[in-house]
Design a protein around this ligand. Structure first.
Ligand SMILES: NC(=O)c1ccc[n+]([C@@H]2O[C@H](COP(=O)([O-])OP(=O)(O)OC[C@H]3O[C@@H](n4cnc5c(N)ncnc54)[C@H](OP(=O)(O)O)[C@@H]3O)[C@@H](O)[C@H]2O)c1
Ligand SMILES: [Zn+2]
Length: 354
């Protein structure tokens, strides 16, 4: 590998590290990081910190000191994702690059959002900007996978999460059984802070009475979703406490609890139930869904092919009998040992991600 390619990769890795600092704060936008290089000196760094706020490129240029401002036009801008080229919540970054007279741009991957998708690069090329793309693009694609899937498949990126006993059970009917250890529980709360919505099945709501918030971690709690076609979930259920925005998928009771944030949505039954839910999520601009069980709900997502990632805790508890864990076929990624729990990440091979 040439020295300049090696250098490009080093700086792109720095962009990735910066991008990841936005985890949990920027969705449904992608995480993006940026570095400004002058000769051998990094004179600016930035990342997209908060949804609706300035993009990585803007923050990178803002970070350049007064004395280094004059170096901007003779510097190279590295960005983990193609610069945006339309005025959304903030002005277009392609304009910012042109205004600052930046003549060299290095990116990892293109932004698959239909309004961008290579057009940001075309605009800059037409302005004479020297562009190199595909620098460590597999990692670049991976970092923005929630966003890419959302804009290309028009459904949220779906993460299935569950715990299994040593003998392959998810739980036992009508019994609130906790399988994972407290560290794993905290990790799950961190994941909740990184998604737009979280969902459980009716039986899980009845058996476990979960709050589904992220009280053991920082950041915002996702929208809670639970189907309740037959009005089984009682008014005093934790999911109806109004503490966090919640969608109950089913008919509203005659006298609905006066809880704020509680919304009843009547969706069609059968095969169009989940697509109808995805449409509602897209309208609400929610691009990630964490499905936390139980078995029937998870199996429904799996059978319809509506999953991208599964995070399965294999625990050391033995139940003897109970509700069998869902059957999943995919590619195993990382495996982590968290005390007594073994956490296995699975990926849906249909997505073509690595
Ligand atoms: N180990 C874990 O990680 C974990 C996680 C969660 C839950 N659990 C345990 O799992 C048990 C509950 O699991 P479960 O399989 O019995 O029930 P579940 O998946 O929680 O709920 C299934 C019910 O949800 C309703 N539903 C509505 N739309 C659905 C759809 N599209 N797909 C599937 N269900 C839909 C149906 O009830 P209606 O017919 O009334 O509409 C269905 O019977 C509990 O014991 C709980 O403690 C374990
Ligand atoms: Zn931008």
């Amino acid at each position: 590998m040439s020295k300049s390619m090696e250098n490009d990769q080093l700086l792109m890795r720095r962009c990735f590290d910066l991008a990841r600092l936005g985890k949990g704060k920027v969705h449904p936008n992608p995480m993006v990081g940026s570095v400004l290089l002058n000769g051998v000196e990094v004179i600016g760094e930035g990342w997209h910190k908060q949804y609706g706020h300035s993009h990585a490129e803007v923050n990178c240029l803002k970070s350049v000191t007064q004395e280094n401002q004059r170096k901007i036009p003779v510097s190279t801008l590295f960005v983990s994702l193609e610069p945006c080229c339309f005025h959304g919540k903030t002005p277009a970054c392609s304009d910012l690059i042109i205004q600052n007279n930046i003549k060299r741009l290095r990116i990892s991957t293109t932004d698959k959002t239909p309004q961008v998708n290579g057009q940001g690069l075309d605009i800059l090329k037409a302005e004479g900007v020297d562009i190199k793309t595909n620098i460590l693009e597999k990692t670049g694609d991976w970092i923005v996978r929630f966003r890419t899937l959302f804009v290309t498949k028009k459904r949220p990126y779906i993460i299935l999460k569950f715990a299994v006993s040593k003998d392959g059970f998810l739980g036992q009917p009508n019994k609130n059984i906790w399988l994972t250890n407290p560290i794993s529980k905290r990790l799950v709360h961190k994941w909740r802070s990184e998604v737009g919505a979280i969902m459980v099945g009716t039986n899980t709501a009845l058996t476990d009475n979960p709050k589904l918030d992220n009280r053991y971690f920082y950041g915002s709690s996702p929208l809670r979703i639970v189907p309740d076609r037959h009005q089984k979930i009682p008014a005093n259920a934790a999911l109806k406490d109004g503490a966090v925005p919640t969608w109950i998928l089913g008919p509203a009771p005659k006298q609905p609890a006066a809880a704020e944030h509680l919304q009843y949505l009547q969706l069609p039954e059968g095969a169009t139930f989940l697509p109808a839910l995805f449409d509602r999520l897209a309208t609400a601009n929610i691009n990630t869904l964490l499905v936390e069980g139980g078995a029937a709900l998870l199996q429904g997502f799996i059978e319809a092919g509506y999953w991208d990632e599964a995070r399965i805790f294999e625990t050391d508890k033995v139940l003897g009998d109970g509700i069998a864990a869902p059957d999943l076929k995919g590619k195993i990624g990382a495996v982590e040992q968290i005390g007594s729990d073994r956490l296995v990440y699975w990926y849906n091979e249909e997505d073509g991600l690595e």
